[in-house]
Design a protein around this ligand. Structure first.
Ligand code: NAD
Length: 469
């Protein structure tokens, strides 16, 4: 035990020096900042290229050991990363981000996702195996910054790739912290350094270097329409995970109490930042009032006065009617305060009844504002849901007990995810079956991405042997 202040100081200095030495030992590069993060995109790519040769030589068991370490580090740092993300971006809710980060740690598939196809017969044995692309360039969003970096890293590394991340500049610090933690975990588990890298100052210009670099074999863009278009026109093979505007349809057969609960749970989760979150409610007239009652019962408040709704729109939208960056992902209480209304900070969401054309309905707001549109019947509901999804083919949700109605919406809307009778997040494995992902590739059709998405299929043919039937 320390006996004087002087002894305490020395103990603290020794502790700090030891911690720094350990850090330097891990990164191998004293004074260069977090491991895996480089001053230029060119260097980040070169380092990842060298690392990929080592990753590709690792056995699946060795890769899996590294993935276990990545999962463990994410669980251990879930709170730190969630707090950092909310602080840096000003968006979302810490407790919800912790759930999202833990979901990635628990339910992102690893090497078990790499399935071999085989044919055997008189002329021997043919295998089709999933092998790495090489270096992947991954562009990640500000709305799920660490979730996307960790989720992509697990799947891409499991498949034998290395990854160069180009994170959103507005989520730079937290995304680079994620890169650092992943690198440390891989190295501690015996893997190579630089299996994931990034650049100290992410920018659109840095992303352009990634888009054009010959060493990058695949681009994976998670974000809005701009980045998906940029990736798809880059000349490289690209996977695009783009924007959505998920409608939630409630018909007259639904369990309205459950629908009210689930819509608030999904539509206000992380302040509506997830691309899969319920963005507008389409309710059949005969149940709309009872649904409203249940939405309010589950933690939302309603703005009834048209002047208040107009004022809110004026404040949270730009003059062009687009969501204002300043209000994306903010708490309901913050949005209401901006129009001079005080509500308890724990208020989950704001419900407004508006017409079909309202920007709250038409735009992907990513705010805990849930617009409700009343329609005559389920036919009109389905027709409008298809229209307002804008062909994103992303996500739709329905509350109904009528199988024909649910089948009809599923067929007509053609979304990548269709959740029935649950909150939207059941579609990525929270309270629903199936694995988790934060890169949902609607535009390019890969769907919910996982390790196998990040592979090239290669055929391996052995003639006249190993057919043992
Ligand atoms: P954003 O489009 O502003 O940015 C996403 C990433 O793309 C960032 O890293 C950004 O720096 C980069 N970027 C943007 N334009 C670019 C360009 N022209 N060239 C190169 N890079 C470019 O998105 P955001 O606000 O961070 O995230 C929210 C959006 O992402 C929403 O539209 C949401 O629906 C979508 N999203 C989709 C998925 C999915 O899986 N489909 C997941 C998360 C978010």
């Amino acid at each position: 035990m320390a006996t004087s202040a002087g002894t305490l100081d020395i103990t603290e200095v020794v502790r700090q020096v030891m911690a720094r030495l350990k850090e330097v030992e891990r990164s191998g590069r004293p004074g260069t900042g977090p491991c895996g993060v480089y001053a230029s995109m060119e260097e980040a790519i070169q380092r990842a290229e060298a690392a990929q040769k080592k990753v590709a030589r690792m056995t699946l068991e060795e890769r899996e050991k590294c993935i276990a370490a990545i999962r463990a580090t994410l669980r251990a740092h879930a709170r730190e990363l969630s707090e950092m993300a909310v602080q840096e971006t000003g968006m979302g809710r810490v407790e919800d981000k912790i759930i999202k980060n833990n979901l990635v740690a628990d339910k992102t598939p690893g090497t078990e996702d790499l399935i071999t196809e085989a044919w055997s017969g008189d002329r021997g044995l043919t295998l089709v195996e999933m092998s790495p692309f090489g270096v992947i360039g991954a562009i990640t969003p500000s709305t799920n910054p660490t979730e996307t970096v960790f989720c992509n890293a697990i799947g891409m590394f499991a498949a034998g790739n290395s990854v160069v991340f180009s994170p959103h500049p507005g989520a730079k610090a937290v995304s680079l912290r994620a890169v650092e933690l992943i690198n440390q975990a891989i190295q501690e588990a015996g893997g190579p350094e630089d299996a994931v890298t990034s650049v100290a100052e992410p920018s659109i210009e840095a992303a352009q270097v990634l888009f054009k670099h010959p060493a990058v074999r695949l681009l994976v863009a998670t974000g809005g329409p701009g980045v998906v278009h940029a990736a798809l026109t880059s000349g490289k093979k690209a996977i695009g995970a783009g924007a959505g505007n998920p409608p939630v349809v409630v018909d007259e057969t639904a369990d309205i109490e459950k629908a009210g609960h689930d819509i608030i749970a999904g539509g206000t989760f992380d302040n509506n930042l997830p691309c899969i979150a319920e963005k507008e409610i389409i309710a059949v007239e005969s149940v709309a009032d009872y649904l409203l009652f249940n939405l309010l019962k589950n933690g939302a408040v309603q703005l009834k006065d048209r002047r208040d709704i107009d004022r809110l729109a004026e404040v949270v939208l730009t003059p062009e009617g687009k969501p204002s960056r300043k209000f994306i992902g903010r708490d309901a209480a913050v949005l209401l305060k901006a129009i001079g209304k005080e509500v308890p900070p724990e208020t989950r969401g704001i419900v407004v009844e508006v017409e079909k054309e309202h920007p709250f309905v038409q735009e992907e707001l990513m705010m805990p504002i849930l617009p409700l549109v009343r329609v005559r019947n389920v036919d009109e509901a389905i027709e409008f849901a298809v229209e307002v999804e804008h062909g994103n083919r992303h996500t739709a949700i329905m509350h109904s007990k009528n199988v024909d109605n649910m089948t009809r919406l599923a067929r007509e809307i053609q979304t990548t995810i269709f959740v029935k009778n649950g909150p939207s997040y059941a579609g990525i494995g929270v309270g629903g079956e199936g694995f988790a992902t934060f890169t949902i590739a609607g535009p390019t059709g890969e769907g919910l991405t996982s390790a196998r998405t990040f592979t090239r299929k290669r055929r391996c043919v052995l003639v006249d042997a190993f057919s043992i039937r």
